[in-house]
Design a protein around this ligand. Sequence first.
Ligand code: OSB
Ligand code: MG
Length: 368
Amino acid sequence: IYLEKVILHRLVMELKTPFQTSFGTFTDKDFYIIEAVDNHGSRGFGESVAFPAPWYTEETGHTNHYVMTDFLIPLLLEKPINHPDDISERFSVVRRNNMAKAAVEGAVWDLYAKRKNIPLSKAIGGKKTKIDAGVSVGIQPTLDKLLAVIDNYVADGYKRIKLKIKPGSDVDIVREVRKHFPNIQMMADANSAYTLNDIDTLKQLAEFGLTMIEQPLGYNDIYEHSILQHQLQTPVCLDESINSLADAKAAVELGSCRVINLKIGRVGGISEAKRIHDYCRQKNIPVWCGGMLEAGVGRAHNIALASLPHFMFPGDISASGRYWHQDIIKPEVTVQNGEINLPEQPGIGYSIDWEALEAHRISKQVFT
Ligand code: OSB
Ligand code: MG
């Protein structure tokens, strides 16, 4: 692949409704669409998934922009690329900044699959023709509101509901939701809101048949989660703690979790996500695809990743309309009977809706 230029489109998109987690409330996304153009005029697209504030990990839209423009894009344009799997090695001179790396690598993956005239899912080894859709439900102002929101998602066919919990908004909430929805596949995500002192609360949640509890302890922790998992019946799923294959190995070997949430941005790209997927498959640790409130381009990458065989649970991969009034891709992502069909077009399989993208764009920069 001989790249001729990289274009950064900065977009601001307002969420349909604010999304509340244990650490803060999101109202909009300010992020970048990365467009890579090669010497044939083929174009690939990636999306930076960091949030406007460093609440979930240390990265933000601003740090993504800085690292991409000062380091990653020059490295990318420096010499031709044999295969997208080589990019993570080339970027390894930059420490961490995984979401910035993944955004740039993602554009090259899309371009590579388009040049081969195959869907991205096939380019990375995916075999599924459809994937199961789940939905992450933010913390709601009242229990009635929460039940009404879940009711709508159940009616839309979502196969798994994830509840956001935090101290003071946990056991009672989960009990009530389970009472109203006795049969739904349900899990809880704490986004690091607890400590080992809360072990009794976490044990109480086991009564309500949660398929797993996500990231209960420190965002950087692997050791204390191993202590917790050895005392907890409910499988622990790690999200924030897993930023690389090395982290996944440490967590699995120490028994810190029985499930891993894989996010392309958090681990630095599709290539590293595949390596973690393959390792977890060997170790019999199921994975599923997490979400970052993505717009259409990032959503399309997630759909492709989740087509790999060891994605064993519905992901936080929902319809475009779950977050956006108008997405930036055509067609938009839709959920039918709780499933999303893998697109069959080359690359990410969705076209850019340029009118929509330009409506949300606040600036554009070209690098050669
Ligand atoms: O922990 O997975 C998370 C949203 C913002 C920050 C962190 C997380 C989330 C979600 C929603 O759970 C994922 C999505 O629906 O895209
Ligand atoms: Mg999470």
